[in-house]
Write a protein of this length. Structure first.
Length: 114
């Protein structure tokens, strides 16, 4: 695949990825008020945006599980996933990992189209 086609393909993939993230449409509308009200930095606001995106994208799984699985198993899975999710948020806050999808998309777009 030629580099020119690859960079346009990556741009289309980035646009789809950005459109699938739920808060790209609504979060910017209230993020400045949220930042002011909670007195948080832009860095922490970015992590909050990611957590909101991930919750919206994966929220349907719990409904499907509740319909088809026994309740104790659903509770065990929910507790385990909650522990993992809050663990990832903790790692983000202490700057051990970076997981804001928009940052990755911007970097790919900027390197593909200097």
């Amino acid at each position: 695949m030629s580099p020119n086609v690859l960079r346009w393909f990556s741009l289309v993939a980035l646009l789809w990825l950005q459109s699938i993230n739920g808060t790209n449409l609504s979060f910017p509308a209230y993020s400045s008020q949220l930042k002011e009200f909670l007195s948080i930095s832009q860095f922490k606001l970015n992590y909050l945006s990611f957590a909101s995106d991930a919750g919206k994208v994966l929220g349907f799984i719990s409904g499907i599980a509740a319909i088809h699985l026994p309740l104790p198993l659903v509770l065990l899975a929910g507790g385990s996933l909650g522990f993992a999710g809050y663990g990832l948020q903790y790692l983000c806050i202490v700057k051990k990992i970076i997981c804001w999808i928009n940052t990755a998309c911007f970097i790919v777009a900027i390197t593909g189209f200097p």
